[in-house]
Every structure is written in C-alpha cells, then in structure tokens.
Design a binder for this molecule. Sequence first.
Ligand code: COA
Length: 170
Amino acid sequence: MTRTNVIELGDCTHHNLKQLKKINSVVFPVSYNDRFYLDVLESGELAKLAYYNDIVVGAVCCRIDSIANQRRLYIMTLGCLYPYRRLGIGTVMLNHILKYVEADANFDNIFLHVQVNNESAIEFYKKFGFEVVDLKKNYYKRIEPADAYVLQKNLKDGSTTIQNGNSIDH
Ligand SMILES: CC(C)(COP(=O)(O)OP(=O)(O)OC[C@H]1O[C@@H](n2cnc3c(N)ncnc32)[C@H](O)[C@@H]1OP(=O)(O)O)[C@@H](O)C(=O)NCCC(=O)NCCS
C-alpha cells in the first residue's frame, strides 16, 4: 500500500522548544540565544514547526519590525533538514507566512538576510517574488562569507525599499 507523504505545520510551545532548537542548530551556521527562543514562544502563527509524516524536519520563525513608518515582517529563520529538502516543505512554511501577511493586509514588505553564497535559499525566495535589494558587508560576525544579501518582497504598491533592515545580533 502506498502512503501519501504529509507536510503539516504545528505550534511552537514549551513542550517542543528543544526540537526547534535542535532543528535551528543543525540547519543554520549561527546560533540563537535564549531571548530569541523566549520571543518565539510569544510569536503565535509567526513561529511554526514543520512535520513530514509526523516527524519534525523544519521550522520558521519571524517577527514584526516597525521602523521608519513601515510595518515589515522579518523572516529570522526558515529552514529544513538537508535530507528533506526539495520536497516542498520550505514552500509550505513560506506560504503560511505569506498568507499571514496577506490576511493582515497592513505590511509594507517581508524581508530576510541570507549569506551571499546561499544559492539554494536565493533561488527558493526568488521563486516567491523576493528580490535582492541590498548587500550588507560583514553582516555575520562569526561565519564566512560574512556578507549578506537582503531579500525582500514588497506587499504594497509604491512601497519604498528600506535599505537598513533591523536584525538580530548574529
Ligand atoms: C531554502 C530552503 C528553506 C528551501 O526549502 P525546501 O523545502 O528545499 O524548498 P522547496 O522544496 O519548497 O522548494 C521550492 C522551490 O524552491 C527552489 N529551490 C529550492 N531549493 C533549491 C536549490 N537547492 N536550487 C535551486 N532551486 C531551489 C525550486 O524552485 C523549488 O521548486 P522545485 O523543487 O519544484 O524545483 C532549504 O534549502 C533550507 O532549509 N536551507 C537552509 C536554511 C536556509 O538557508 N534558509 C534561508 C534563510 S532563512
């Protein structure tokens, strides 16, 4: 009997926070502090675990950034374990976040940083209409290459691109 593979998203709670930490530590070359994870617990729909046939294989964590009269959504982390890539799990996570900002209808744009050599992530985000809008020299403090691109998708017509996105301390 063949079984259809199921991709689902679930809430981040105190009970599964260790799984989120494990996913992030394996998927990302930077580590995130206790403050990051405390904030995640308060993030509601902006932080989700991704399950593939009931196994946690990925996660997305975002926060709302309000600066210079703009309301923006910042994707802090979005990733899945290497063996589970190209199965549509990233798409499910990003679509969830895009639905969130569309339902709110009050965001100017959605943005994130990626290491300049992260070609798979750049291709992934471009597929969803994100564009490279800035290059941050020496953005990362402890990894090479240290430079990051800012990828952004505008959500409102006529929105101006902010060039200095706030970010957590890497
Ligand atoms: C970027 C990432 C999240 C994509 O997740 P994923 O589950 O593999 O993505 P999907 O399977 O949904 O891919 C959707 C589309 O994105 C594009 N894409 C994804 N990975 C790609 C790659 N390595 N090369 C080229 N295009 C790619 C393709 O168009 C793909 O569609 P297709 O498989 O039908 O060709 C994943 O590579 C990852 O976890 N990377 C490490 C973490 C990271 O760098 N995150 C980004 C910064 S927050």
